[in-house]
Design a protein around this ligand. Structure first.
Ligand code: LLP
Length: 418
């Protein structure tokens, strides 16, 4: 469920007409519903209430400060993967003891900042990284918590670009190496290696691969008598973009809770998309209509630089007119919804049944709250769009659209070229 619904043929975000927001905010823009964001966070919290896990929202899915602040205020922790995300996490006022830090390539300066901030866990992905964190913590005279990311080698049945839990990906460590690390804990006097971590992929629709991975890890800990305090089971819960039928938070919890409870470990979850995905849309305006002998095109002012998921993963995002006309259903005809970028891969949707639209009409690209703005770029020197959040009866611009001057910030023409 989300808060983007039609009332009297007008798409609303909670109780505000999207078209009214578009009168005040230039398109394209991302529009988020505070209520949907928090509702989805609470769904997971409620489903797992029996074990009271730490829920660390995955910042990479939606890093807008207002979204982070909203979740933090409601008790969430944050899952970060870079110094930049740490910076955002701090600005959002997160409790350092609710921050976990993953990623295969943490640099010394990033590790240092995170140690100083006092985060709860580093999720470590290699022996080199373990040495680097040991050295950093040693020179700062700090003791830090470390969880080892295990690659459980399971098949998560999702797009190959977003599957991480298979043996051949760069993520995590194999069981043998993990065993070796736990046997040499003494080598790391400044590390408290007291957790294990998995994250098997993203947009996973059924609980089975999670169950398999969790079982594998718990069995491993048991067989080798490895004692840890925490088990971070990652994120990856899939959502509905079109006709998917994903597990609910409740059914997911039902299948993994017995395993987790029995383990007696403290549990951490890192959902991103489940919380943010359906809490946002991309609002875009029709620039031109175009017909060729082969196709109908709707050219809009949002492109692959604003939302790259369709181009990159052939991801499906539902596209709907923001204002439906009486005859909308009669005029529906297949069209490609494309952006202004000079690439044939620049599309938001292909062969979609969309009613006749006029220049200047608004279209909404649904399910764009996760990996939407955060993957946007300035390609074709396009300023990135604004982000807007509806909170209660009002909407707030939570990030201004970039201006042309932002595009060249930091660039200089060397004197020799003047
Ligand atoms: N934890 C770790 C260690 C991760 O790498 C990720 C996502 C998450 C948690 C959150 O996963 P989620 O619950 O959102 O599935 N750009 C792709 C998704 C890449 C996911 C990367 N890692 C997309 O647009 O579908």
């Amino acid at each position: 469920m989300h808060e983007f619904t039609f009332k009297d043929n007008e798409l609303h975000c909670e109780n505000i007409k999207v078209a009214d927001i578009a009168k005040k905010v230039a398109t394209p823009f991302y529009l988020y519903s505070y209520k949907t964001l928090i509702d989805h966070y609470r769904k997971i919290r409620t489903a797992f209430r029996a074990i009271n896990p730490l829920i660390c929202f995955s910042v990479k899915s939606n890093s807008n400060l207002a979204a982070l602040r909203a979740l933090v205020r409601n008790g969430a922790g944050l899952d970060i993967v870079s110094g930049g995300e740490l910076y955002r996490a701090r600005l959002a006022g997160v409790n350092p003891r609710k921050v976990v830090y993953a990623g295969v390539g943490k640099k010394r300066s990033e590790i240092e900042d995170a140690v100083r901030f006092g985060i709860l866990f580093f999720n470590v992905e290699s022996e080199d990284e373990l040495d680097e964190i040991q050295n950093t913590a040693g020179s700062l005279k700090k003791k830090v918590n470390v969880a080892i990311r295990i690659n459980p080698d399971v098949i998560p049945r999702t797009h190959r670009y977003i599957a991480t839990g298979k043996g051949e990906t760069k993520f995590g460590l194999d069981f043998e190496t993990v065993h070796k690390i736990f046997n040499s804990r003494w080598r790391y006097p400044n590390l408290n290696i007291n957790g294990v971590h998995i994250h098997i992929g993203s947009q996973i629709l059924d609980a089975e691969p999670f169950e398999n991975a969790i079982k594998k890890v718990l069995e491993f800990l048991k067989v080798y008598k490895i004692e840890v305090e925490y088990f971070n089971i990652g994120g990856g819960l899939g959502i509905i973009y079109s006709i998917e039928n994903p597990q609910t938070a409740k059914s997911f919890a039902k299948s993994v809770l017995p395993l987790l409870r029995k383990s007696g470990l403290k549990i951490i979850l890192e959902p991103g998309r489940f919380i943010s995905g359906n809490s946002g849309i991309l609002v875009t305006r029709v620039v031109y209509n175009k017909r060729t002998p082969r196709k109908r095109f709707i050219i809009v002012d949002g492109g692959m630089n604003d939302l790259i998921r369709p181009s990159l993963y052939e991801a499906y995002h539902k596209i709907v007119p923001v204002s439906l006309r009486e005859d909308s259903s009669d005029t529906a005809e297949k069209a490609d919804v494309v952006g202004p970028i000079c690439e044939s891969g620049d599309f938001l949707g292909k062969d979609r049944l969309i009613p006749y639209v006029r220049r200047g009409d608004l279209l909404a690209v649904m399910g764009a709250g996760a990996y939407g703005f955060t993957m946007s770029s300035n390609y074709n020197s396009r300023p990135r769009p604004s982000e807007v959040m509806v909170i209660g009866r009002k909407f707030y611009v939570t990030r201004q659209a970039e201006r042309h001057a932002d595009l060249v910030r930091g660039e200089t023409i060397p004197k020799v070229l003047k």
